[in-house]
Design a protein. Structure first.
Length: 175
């Protein structure tokens, strides 16, 4: 009887160890960093990696932030890119704000305003486009959305005007 009880306990223990160790083999241990992982690029950048320009050629992004391709949407032409670039990473909030303030100025963006605390929203502008950077600081990761849109459409712009420009016109309410 004791032998049967010992054998049963030993088998349960061995099964538990097999499940435990087999689960660890599915974790990414940093071997192949070129493959995608849950919709992001490499999650573990090299220390002191250089910041990158992604789809917006005048907005520098820290290397610690990786693109969330499932949430991003950018429309590009040879001369212009608009849309939203969603990124995630482990970055300290104040250093990220300082990074964007410094590097956006270097790329000739003018700071229009910064709203802080519950969610940080940084607003920048250039003569023909605007940029909003939304930063949400989480417990384990920081989420960043970079929105870029044209600010006005001029006759020399590469974006064509529509003959029916009713989008921003206001109409009085019926009484």
């Amino acid at each position: 009887m004791k032998y049967l009880k010992f054998k049963t306990c030993l088998m349960i223990y061995v099964l538990f160890l097999m499940v435990l160790f087999s689960g660890c083999t599915t974790l990414n241990t940093g071997g192949d960093t070129s493959s995608e992982n849950n919709g992001y690029y490499d999650k573990t950048p090299a220390k002191n990696a250089a910041p990158l320009y992604y789809d917006f050629k005048d907005i520098l992004v820290p290397a610690e932030l990786k693109i969330d391709k499932k949430e991003s949407m950018v429309y590009s032409t040879p001369t212009f890119a608009v849309g939203v670039l969603c990124l995630k990473g482990r970055v300290e909030l104040n250093s990220l704000i300082d990074f964007f303030k410094t590097n956006m100025a270097k790329d000739n963006w003018e700071v229009y305003g910064i709203t802080r605390y519950k969610k940080t929203v940084m607003t920048f502008g250039k003569p023909h486009k605007k940029c909003w950077i939304h930063i949400k600081d989480g417990s384990f990761t920081t989420e960043v959305e970079i929105w870029v849109s044209p600010s006005k459409i001029s006759s020399n712009s590469n974006i064509k005007k529509s003959n029916k420009s009713t989008f921003l016109q206001s109409t009085p309410l019926s009484e």
